[in-house]
Design a protein around this ligand. Structure first.
Ligand code: KQY
Length: 365
């Protein structure tokens, strides 16, 4: 059995690399739960196949599937995708999967955070979540990686790092009452420093409007490389996102990273409000007699929820005129990468996007 360490990555000289650094591969989980995905997950399974196929052009991809969906996932996915049985409660690998860390010798270990479905019994999104909470450990075992079990409720989508000592997060999410109510902000920050091996944590006040994760940073802003950020944006002052993005912009423009650099912040205009259609709402199973997705509800659509893989970037598309502008701007900002747009409405209907369903495993030795 791979070792579970009682120490921390920082004590052992391990750090979380930036997503833009070289990957050994990507992990995903196969969607199926009918109270989150419409029509028993059938439409979104096609979207996951598109995302997986796009990533597999650039690096190895592993898809974990529940036992009852293994054969279906295997048949729908291209042969270059490795499909493994990996029990889960839902398909958000970014959030329940491991945060991989590396050391100077190229050894890769896994940080296994406590997962409670984005807020546990206070404001979590489903119960139970015990299978999701085992996903990180199982992925680490498959890869024969040592593991740190971090004593902190945290999802991978609530942090971004530059691999050089800086972590971005939001207070809205990390201080939300359903996660670590007994810890102070200083204690949470100290855990981030220990388990990600960062010097500086930048607490952006809010995430994206109506994001059911309580404001994950990965829908709001991300690193393109150290010192260079992309931020979701709107010029429409009447849009509830305006204040949130403007506040984040001002905060980041007056901040510096762990090495003392000022940030270059690029605005990526969001699509027009994306609303749940009546037929989409009807396709989701009720929970406690109520449809979890109501017609007309606004979803947290953002191009920032793209995924950087080796020499590629997989960018969500919403069928909006802004799709082309987002691709064009990101293409200019990421000249070393091939951009692949993937229709993402079905993933968005489940409450997240491409970044939320992927998890990078950094290249080791
Ligand atoms: O955005 C994410 N990181 C996950 C969203 C989970 C939504 C569950 N319905």
């Amino acid at each position: 059995m791979p070792t579970t360490f009682e120490s921390t990555p920082r004590q052992d000289g391990f750090r979380m690399p930036g997503e833009f650094e070289r990957h050994a591969g990507t992990w995903m989980l196969w969607p199926q739960r009918p109270d989150n995905w419409r029509l028993g997950g059938k439409p979104v399974q096609k979207a996951f196949v598109e995302v997986a196929s796009a990533i597999a052009q650039f690096e190895p991809l592993t898809m974990g599937a529940n036992p009852d969906q293994y054969a279906n996932a295997r048949q729908m996915l291209p042969p270059e995708v490795r499909v493994v049985e990996l029990s889960n409660n839902d398909a958000w690998m970014r959030d329940c999967g491991p945060t991989f860390v590396v050391d100077a010798q190229g050894e890769v270990r896994a940080v296994d955070w406590v997962f409670n479905a984005w807020g546990g019994l206070v404001n979590g999104l489903y119960f139970p979540w015990h299978l999701d909470d085992q996903v990180a450990q199982k992925a680490a075992e498959i890869e024969r990686c040592g593991r740190y079990r971090a004593p902190l409720v945290l999802e991978g989508g609530s942090i971004h790092v530059d691999g050089q000592g800086t972590c971005l997060t939001t207070t809205e999410c990390l201080l939300s009452p359903g996660r670590n109510p007994d810890l102070s902000q200083a204690q949470i920050e100290s855990y981030l420093q220990e388990y990600l091996n960062v010097e500086k944590v930048l607490w952006i006040p809010h995430g994206v409007f109506n994001d059911e994760t309580s404001g994950h940073v990965d829908n709001l802003v991300c690193f393109l490389r150290p010192g260079v950020l992309a931020l979701t944006w709107t010029d429409d002052r009447r849009d509830p996102q305006f204040e949130r993005s403007a506040e984040a912009y001002d905060f980041l423009m007056s901040a510096a990273d762990a090495r003392g650099r000022r940030f270059e912040v690029h605005k990526i205009h969001q699509p027009a409000p994306v609303l749940i259609a009546p037929h989409e709402s009807e396709g989701v199973d009720a929970v406690d007699g109520t449809l979890p997705r109501q017609p007309g509800d606004r979803m947290a659509a953002s191009y920032i929820n793209f995924y950087l893989c080796n020499a590629g970037a997989i960018v969500p598309q919403f069928g909006d005129p802004q799709d082309a502008a987002a691709q064009q701007t990101l293409g200019v900002l990421l000249p070393e990468r091939k951009l692949v747009g993937v229709p993402a409405r079905e993933i968005l209907l489940g409450g997240g996007n491409i970044h939320c369903i992927t998890q990078q495993q950094p290249a080791g030795r």
